[in-house]
Design a protein around this ligand. Sequence first.
Ligand SMILES: [Zn+2]
Length: 83
Amino acid sequence: MYRTPGYLDAAGRGIECPTCHTVYFLEGDKNWDRMYHRLGEDGKRHWMLLCICGEQVSFQKYDVALYGTRSTALKLGYAVEGQ
Ligand SMILES: [Zn+2]
């Protein structure tokens, strides 16, 4: 993901896999079957993302960041590194 002006034509809120750096966007319903949440012992909601690389990424709502990307990747639901 690069924040180069002119290169990117869209942005979306998403979660990045720390292993393969694929970003999954929360907009739309493309990734709903990859994400699920459960209530932890601390009473807080814990989110899990199952990445295409097999990594299970645990994240919190505040880990969601705005990523610059291309509209085609946003439509697809995720962007691999560099898109
Ligand atoms: Zn991954």
